[in-house]
Design a binder for this molecule. Structure first.
Ligand code: ADP
Ligand code: MG
Length: 678
């Protein structure tokens, strides 16, 4: 262990940030807000917290560092714990949604931006912290943007003791080199510290595989694989980093790469005779952490490493030794879809600035090359100059509720770095009103105060609370957990195995007794949990055991939150009669009445939220092909291709939503907003 540490220690002294250590610490000491910018990989995330720790900043408070991505929070904490030679979870720890790896001793705490937002709710002065570092601010994630505004609003004036703090909070904002002036101006013209980077030239080449006509196609996986193999065969030694879109695409690409790499004859097919093999490693958000560790290890001698990653490798994580980039030109992004009125994960072209950032990953330690699979024309016609901040393209319902609970009543004039469109704010207010989380004058209701405590989307939270009110949370908590974890159904690529898996999954749908995708999820949870050998049960039923294990843990944690809320005196209590299947569905209706559809013609349904979109049942649903027997349904989410598909569907009776549906139209958003403007 100690040899490993010596290596890490000498490595960290080579980082560009090291030379500026003392000046940086001084700057933090002397300012309330400080902006630190520097190229990705210069050592900001891993080193600055350690410098501050050694300089004594933890004597009366913790150092908290936020990350937009959970994987980044976890892996970076692991690395820093190793560098500081402590066990992860002791002095150095991390906290992400549903996974808390901290203790009484933790003073350097990496966390997601969402976690810090929750902590502010419980402790508005952040009294446990001496320093808060908002990291990766250039990514412009929704929660980081909100945190920026909150910091500006609450901690601008060091003379004013805020919310019971004894000494003022130090706020450090870290970003890649983009938008520094704008950030500093936003934070009351705070001092800027830029770490001079050393970057090497990267030669970028456009390809011919993806042009403007291919913007909707999924052919990019194959093309990326072809390109990566080409690079492997024709280029001198050096590792490859491939940028793809998401878990399933990455797994497919890795399978294909693996297959093709098997048949390479290294005597003839590969230009550089010192290269004798290819090590293929996937990297995406929900990957098991022991697998993530491999990414950072150097490959064995004469082996070329090829990491196939999501955008996480663009700025959040730096992998040493990368000399070649293969860029698909696409990213999976959460966007508000006005056609269906919901947030949807879609594959879209990256922005030009994103493409430059991706390319830059090849030039950290020496000159590199970037191979783009798309044409120059695609770059010019399909790729925007900059990525739109998340705040301007996704639903604001949750954050607006959080802001309101923090006493920010005027959510329109909140200090946003970039203002979201007013209609997005109005949409969020309207939804909160529909869920009874705010009243007609825009004030948080007692239900809203309960809702904000749940780290779930508002609709699901509403359904869970309804169930708890009726004393049947045992139906909804497992369901909420199952909907919160990554995909639980295994989908093998192989056609024959796929058939077997499909059959098993259909079988699981019938054990619940009623045809309804929510009930299926619930019964999978219960069957697996009561099984003597749960992992074997999963394997037999083509279910991801890892996902179910996290669902068990999430259910426990949600149960703990609920128990805490139920101790409050104002927790509502109601009684019910009716059978369990009906109660489950009625509870779901209270949260999903915004997602109601009525069958209109043949297999087509029409949504009732005022958009009146035409939607279909997705083939993965147990209700697929039973459309003729259905009239009213609710659904968890939609998948948009050339059609709009409802996924996770449940039949309901009109009576259950009859009184709720008018709420979708009744509210005058301007009434809500005029209060917001007051
Ligand atoms: P920045 O935040 O400025 O982008 P980082 O502090 O994330 O820079 O990275 C500094 C260095 O630490 C990089 O060279 C990176 O490869 C290395 N590093 C970060 N995490 C790990 C890890 N888990 N294992 C090995 N090296 C790591
Ligand atoms: Mg960083």
């Amino acid at each position: 262990k100690s040899a490993r540490w010596d290596k890490a220690d000498s490595e960290s002294k080579q980082l560009p940030i090291y030379k500026h250590k003392d000046k940086l610490v001084e700057s933090v000491r002397n300012s309330t807000f400080l902006l630190v910018s520097g190229e990705t990989g210069s050592g900001k995330t891993t080193q600055l917290p350690q410098y501050l720790y050694r300089a004594g900043f933890c004597k009366n408070g913790k150092i908290g560092i936020t990350q937009p991505r959970r994987v980044a929070a976890i892996t970076v904490a692991q690395r820093v714990a190793q560098e500081m030679q402590c066990t992860l979870g002791r002095e150095v720890g991390y906290q992400v949604r549903f996974d808390d790896c901290t203790s009484q001793d933790t003073v350097v705490k990496y966390m997601t931006d969402g976690c810090l937002l929750r902590e502010i709710l419980a402790d508005p002065g952040l009294s446990q912290y001496s320093v808060v570092i908002l990291d990766e601010v250039h990514e412009r994630s929704l929660n980081t943007d909100i945190l920026l505004g909150l910091m500006k609003k609450k901690f601008s004036n060091p003379a004013k003791a805020t919310d019971g703090r004894s000494s003022p909070l130090k706020v450090v904002v870290m970003s890649a080199t983009l938008e520094s002036d704008k950030l500093s101006a936003f934070l009351n013209n705070c001092p800027m510290f830029s770490i001079p980077g050393r970057t090497f030239p990267v030669d970028c080449m456009f390809g011919s595989a993806v042009g403007p006509k291919d913007i909707e196609s999924t052919g990019y996986v194959k093309e990326v694989v072809k390109m990566a193999l080409d690079v492997h065969a024709s280029q001198m030694s050096g590792d490859i980093l491939v940028f793809l879109t998401g878990q399933s695409e990455i797994e497919r690409a890795c399978d294909l790469l693996f297959e093709k790499a098997e048949s390479i004859d290294y005597r003839y097919d590969v230009e550089d005779q010192t290269v004798e093999g290819l090590l293929i490693l996937p990297l995406y958000g929900s990957m098991p952490t022991d697998q993530q560790r491999q990414i950072f290890q150097p490959p064995p001698p004469r082996i070329r490493k090829c990491v196939v990653a999501t955008n996480i490798a663009a700025t959040s994580l730096t992998i040493n030794g990368i000399k070649y980039i293969v860029d698909s030109g696409f990213v999976k992004q959460l966007n508000h879809n006005s056609r269906v009125g919901m947030d949807i994960l879609e594959v879209v072209p990256i922005s030009k600035s994103e493409a430059q950032q991706r390319a830059g990953r090849a030039g950290r330690t020496s000159a590199g090359k970037c191979f783009r699979i798309y044409t120059k024309e695609f770059w010019e016609k399909c790729m925007p100059d900059y990525t739109v901040p998340e705040l301007q393209r996704t639903s604001l319902t949750s954050v607006i509720l959080t802001l309101k609970c923090l006493g920010v009543h005027d959510v329109i004039r909140f200090p946003y770095l970039d203002c979201p469109e007013e209609r997005f704010i109005l949409e969020a207010l309207k939804q909160l009103y529909q869920f009874d989380a705010i009243d007609r004058r825009g004030r948080v209701t007692s239900l809203g105060e309960l809702m904000v405590e749940f780290p779930l989307q508002p609709g699901l939270t509403r359904a869970v609370l309804k169930a708890a009110t009726l004393g049947c949370q045992d139906l909804l908590l497992p369901l909420a957990a199952m909907l919160s974890v990554e995909n639980i159904f295994i989908r093998p690529g192989h056609p024959e195995k796929q058939k077997e898996a499909d059959e098993k999954h259909r079988g699981l749908a019938t054990i619940s007794g009623s045809t309804n995708d929510f009930a299926t999820l619930l019964s999978i949870f219960q069957s697996c949990k009561s099984s003597d050998r749960p992992s074997a049960w999963c394997k037999e039923n083509w279910i991801h055991w890892r996902a179910l294990k996290s669902a068990f843990s999430v259910e426990t944690q949600l149960g703990e939150i609920l128990l805490r809320l139920q101790k409050r005196r104002d927790f509502p209590v109601e009684t019910y009669d009716g059978n369990k299947s009906e109660i489950l569905r009625r509870c779901l209706c209270t949260g999903y009445f915004t997602n109601v559809a009525r069958r209109s013609m043949g297999k087509m349904f029409c949504t009732m939220d005022g958009h009146g979109s035409m939607v279909h049942i997705h083939p993965s649903s147990s209700l697929f092909d039973l459309e003729a027997e259905l009239n009213w349904v609710i659904f968890h989410d939609v998948l948009v291709t050339s059609r709009v598909y409802m996924r996770t569907v449940c039949p309901i009776r009109y009576e259950w939503v009859k009184d709720l549906l008018p709420k979708l139209h009744e509210v005058d958003v301007y009434e809500l907003s005029s209060v917001a403007r007051e």
